[in-house]
Design a protein around this ligand. Structure first.
Ligand code: NAG
Ligand code: NAG
Ligand code: NAG
Ligand code: NAG
Ligand code: NAG
Ligand code: NAG
Ligand code: ZN
Length: 456
C-alpha cells in the first residue's frame, strides 16, 4: 500500500505540473549567469545583504556550493559553464605549463584556444541552436575563440570597466538582439580583490566592500525591472570560491628545503605545481618533510576526491598548503587572504541564488556541487548537455518543472504513513476483538436460553 500511495502521489504531481505548465510560450527561456568573484558562502550569514536577501526571498538559495579543486578563479569559472572537473576541462590552474607544446598560460596570457578547447562551454552550445545567441559582460574564456566561437556579443577582459557599464551593455544585448540573446554572463571582481588585500576577517574594510557588492545587486535588479526583463529572465547569482585569512606567521618557505635549480615552479600558492629538473624521487624526498602544514603528492598519489590527476597540465609533484598557510620562496606575505585550498573546506565554498520563471519562490537548500550548475542551466535553456560530471537531480528541488522528493519530508511521509497504517491495524484488531468477544457470551447465553426451557 505504501508504494501505491507513492505512485498515486507521483501521478498526481505529474498531472498538476502538466496542467499548469505553459507550453504555448513561443519565446525561448533565457538565462543571465552572474558571478561575484570570491563571495564566501558564510558572508551571507555574517553580513547584511538587503538587496540579495530580497532577491532570495522571491527565488531560491543554495547555502553552500561545493566547488572543485583547486579552488581558484579560472578553474572554477570554467567548471560552472562546463559541468566538468578541472582534470576534464583542462583549466587546472590560473598558471599552467604544457610540457608537450611548451606553452604557458596565466590569467593575463589566456587567449590561446589551446587551453580551453578540451571542453565546450555552454555559450558555445547555446549558439549552435538555431536563432539563439550568447552574450558576455566578461567571464573567463568569453573573449577567447573556443572551438572557433566567441559569444556573439562580448567584451575583452578589462578590470577597469565599471559594474554599471558591464550591466548596461549586457542589458542592452539582452533587450534588442536578433536572434535573441538567450544566455548571458556578467562577472565582477569583488569581493575577491578586497578579500585578498584585507583578509576575510578584516572588520574595517570588508563590511564596506560587501555592502558595495549588495548595492550592485540592487542596481542589477532595478535595471532588469526597468528594462522589462525581470519577470521573464532567469537570473543566477553565484561565485567561484571563498577566502581564508592568511598570516605572516603561517609561511612555508620552499627555499629552506630545496634548491631552486632542482625544479621549475609552475604555480606557487596555496597549491604549488612542481616540475622537477632532476630525479623526481629526489625532489619529492626533499619536499615531503618540508612543512607539517603542507601535503606533498606525487601526481599518481593525489587523492581521488580531488578529481585532479588525469591531465597532462597537472605537474608531477603537487603541494597543497593547509588552510590559511602560504607557500613562498624567501618572501614575506603579500596577501592577507587567499583561496585555492582543499575544496572540502567550508571557507572555500561559494553560494548560489536564483530567481525567475524556472525557479521556485522562497526555497532553500543546504548544498549542491558547482558542477551541478551546468546541467541545471542546460535544462532551463532546453539544451542537450555535453558529457559532464554534474547531476540534474541535485537541483530538481530548485526548479518549478521538476518533481522532487525532499529527504526529510519523504522520511516524514513514510513515518506518517506507517503511523496511520499501525493505527488502522490496531483499530481493526480492536474492532475484531470487540465484535468477536461478545460471541462466546451470546452463545453461552443462547445455550442458557436453550437450557432455560429445560429447567422450566
Ligand atoms: C500562458 O501563456 C499565455 C500566452 O503567452 C498567457 O496569456 C497566459 O497567461 C499564460 N498562462 C500561464 C498559466 O502562465
Ligand atoms: C528563426 O527566426 C526566423 C526569423 O525570426 C523565423 O522565421 C524562423 O522560423 C526561426 N527558426 C526557428 C527554428 O525558430
Ligand atoms: C558598452 O556600450 C557602449 C555603447 O554601445 C560602448 O560605447 C562601450 O564601448 C561598451 N563597453 C564595453 C566595455 O564594451
Ligand atoms: C631516481 O632515484 C631513485 C633513487 O634515489 C632511483 O631508484 C631511480 O631509478 C631514479 N630514477 C631515475 C629516473 O633516474
Ligand atoms: C633564501 O634565504 C636563505 C636564508 O635566509 C638563504 O640562505 C638563501 O640563500 C636564500 N635563497 C634564495 C634563492 O634567495
Ligand atoms: C567527468 O566527466 C567526463 C566527461 O563525461 C568523464 O570523462 C570523466 O571520467 C568524469 N569524471 C569522473 C570522476 O567521473
Ligand atoms: Zn576568484
Amino acid at each position: 500500500t505504501l508504494t501505491m500511495t507513492f505512485l498515486a502521489l507521483l501521478m498526481f504531481s505529474g498531472f498538476v505540473t502538466g496542467c499548469t505548465g505553459n507550453s504555448s510560450d513561443s519565446l525561448p527561456p533565457r538565462l543571465l549567469l552572474v558571478s561575484f568573484d570570491g563571495f564566501r558562502a558564510d558572508y551571507l550569514q555574517n553580513y547584511e545583504f538587503p538587496h540579495l536577501q530580497n532577491f532570495i526571498k522571491e527565488g531560491v538559495l543554495v547555502e553552500h556550493v561545493k566547488n572543485v579543486f583547486i579552488t581558484k578563479t579560472f578553474p572554477n569559472h570554467y567548471s560552472i559553464v562546463t559541468g566538468l572537473y578541472e582534470e576534464s576541462h583542462g583549466i587546472v590552474a590560473n598558471s599552467m605549463y604544457d610540457s608537450v607544446t611548451k606553452k604557458y598560460f596565466s590569467d593575463s596570457n589566456d587567449k590561446d584556444p589551446f587551453w580551453w578547447n578540451e571542453a565546450v562551454p555552454i555559450w558555445v552550445t547555446n549558439q549552435l541552436q538555431e536563432n539563439r545567441s550568447s552574450a558576455a559582460a566578461m567571464w573567463p574564456g568569453t573573449d577567447v575563440r573556443i572551438h572557433n566561437t566567441t559569444p556573439s556579443y562580448f567584451m575583452n577582459y578589462s578590470p577597469s570597466v565599471t559594474f554599471k557599464e558591464r550591466l548596461n551593455n549586457i542589458t542592452a544585448w539582452l533587450s534588442t538582439s536578433n536572434p535573441p540573446v538567450t544566455f548571458a554572463t556578467l562577472y565582477w571582481e569583488e569581493p575577491d580583490a578586497s578579500g585578498h588585500k584585507y583578509g576575510p576577517d578584516d572588520k574595517e574594510n570588508m563590511p564596506r566592500v560587501l555592502k558595495e557588492v549588495d548595492d550592485h545587486i540592487g542596481v542589477l535588479v532595478q535595471k532588469l525591472k526597468m528594462s522589462g526583463l525581470w519577470e521573464s529572465l532567469n537570473v543566477i547569482i553565484t561565485s567561484d570560491h571563498g577566502m581564508s585569512q592568511c598570516s605572516e606567521s603561517r609561511l612555508i618557505n620552499l627555499d629552506l628545503c630545496i634548491d631552486r635549480s632542482d625544479y621549475s615552479l609552475i604555480d606557487l600558492t596555496p597549491v604549488a605545481a612542481i616540475l622537477p629538473k632532476i630525479n623526481i624521487t629526489e625532489v619529492y624526498d626533499k619536499l615531503k618533510n618540508c612543512s607539517p602544514h603542507m601535503n606533498v603528492y606525487l601526481k599518481e598519489d593525489i587523492p581521488n576526491r580531488f578529481n585532479y590527476q588525469h591531465n597532462d597540465r597537472i605537474q608531477p609533484i603537487v603541494l597543497v598548503a593547509d588552510e590559511g598557510w602560504t607557500i613562498v620562496r624567501n618572501k614575506s606575505l603579500s596577501k592577507l587572504g587567499d583561496h585555492g585550498y582543499d575544496n572540502s573546506l567550508p571557507a572555500m565554498h561559494p553560494f548560489l541564488a536564483a530567481h525567475g520563471p524556472a525557479f521556485h519562490r522562497g526555497y532553500k537548500q543546504s548544498t549542491m556541487d558547482i558542477v551541478d550548475i551546468y546541467p541545471m542551466m542546460c535544462h532551463i535553456l532546453g539544451l542537450k548537455p555535453q558529457p559532464n560530471n554534474g547531476t540534474l537531480g541535485h537541483t530538481k528541488c530548485l526548479l518549478v518543472d521538476q518533481w522532487c522528493i525532499h529527504l526529510p519530508e519523504a522520511i516524514g511521509i513514510v513515518i506518517g504513513a506507517l503511523l496511520v497504517l499501525t493505527t488502522l491495524t490496531c483499530l481493526v484488531i480492536l474492532m475484531q476483538n470487540r465484535l468477536s468477544a461478545p460471541r462466546p457470551f451470546s452463545r453461552l447465553q443462547l445455550q442458557d436460553d436453550d437450557d432455560d426451557p429445560l429447567i422450566e
